[in-house]
Design a protein around this ligand. Sequence first.
Ligand SMILES: NC(=O)c1ccc[n+]([C@@H]2O[C@H](COP(=O)([O-])OP(=O)(O)OC[C@H]3O[C@@H](n4cnc5c(N)ncnc54)[C@H](OP(=O)(O)O)[C@@H]3O)[C@@H](O)[C@H]2O)c1
Length: 340
Amino acid sequence: MKGYNIAVVGVGAVGEELLRVLSQTSLPINDIKVLARASREVEVEGRTYSVRETKPEEFDGVDIALFAGTERASELFAKEAVKRGAIVIDNSATFRLERDVPLVVPEVNPEDLDWHKGLIANPNCSTIQMVVALKPLYDRSRIRRIFAATYQAVSGTGRDAIAELRQQSLLQLVHSEEVKMTYAYPYRIAFNLIPQIGSFNDLGYTSEEMKMVQETHKILHDPEIKITATCVRVPVFNCHSEAVYIETEEKITAEEAREILRRAPGIKVIDEPSPLSGRSYPMPIDADGRDEVFVGRIREDPFVERGLHLWIVADNLRKGAALNAVQIAEEMHRRGLLGK
Ligand SMILES: NC(=O)c1ccc[n+]([C@@H]2O[C@H](COP(=O)([O-])OP(=O)(O)OC[C@H]3O[C@@H](n4cnc5c(N)ncnc54)[C@H](OP(=O)(O)O)[C@@H]3O)[C@@H](O)[C@H]2O)c1
């Protein structure tokens, strides 16, 4: 079989990771074309790619277009790419809630790929890692309520935010200079926390928090789940962490939850809390560069019969974006949905 012609649109934090993941995929590939705003050369994993300016005609002959540009890039070129015959897998928020666009996490709702119309959306990074961890529990007992508090790394904002945290940390810590200028965030992020990701709605929730609500409803096909979230940006370079509390219809004990999650695809449980054995919980430094969603601190609520706490950590650039997008392409290939 001839391999697929792939276009990667955007070569920032997610685009670079996409090239890394594509170098490791089993998907048959004929060619990888890299498109962005400005043409230049980039090197990823020892391979040099010539980046070309994104134009509609660049999508002629492309089988799979993986979008990792800004929302503007997706608005301008995603539907154009579909018109020219490409299957588009889009990392931006642009089309996620459109009715005829499947929003897919392969471990959770791969069957939604079957009704695609050329464009598939990749969910938000905080949503992906949460639903990977919650779906196996949901299959055991319906989840009625979710409270999430997130601790989100700066890589989730893109390459400029990574550079900003590095620069502010150097200024503040090494040179003892006070940081006055900020670009990626409204406030200093080094040695600080910012309890706002995105813009506020009338009820005081941010757009990131609402993404976790609406996308989880769509992916789990259950708009009845009562979900609220508080999303916080933290001075961590990579990997998002989440403290998630759920209430289920039937009681699931902590031990049963650990067993269910140990058997579930894409999950690694690190959870043996013991005063003798020392630390046994996942942290961002454990998840960096890894494919799995890590779960720990699983414990029952002593006051609520069907309440369970979980701590969920994942690499937001990999499972939260690039890896999930490539896994969607792999799943479509397996299902014979890619037409080659
Ligand atoms: N970072 C994450 O963890 C994460 C997770 C899930 C989803 N996402 C989404 O993934 C997308 C990329 O995020 P990122 O973090 O990689 O951002 P980034 O580091 O800021 O990179 C943005 C890329 O988009 C390209 N671009 C901008 N405008 C464009 C246009 N009009 N046409 C073509 N390319 C254009 C830029 O091109 P130049 O290089 O030429 O400037 C750059 O390569 C965003 O939609 C983001 O919301 C990110």
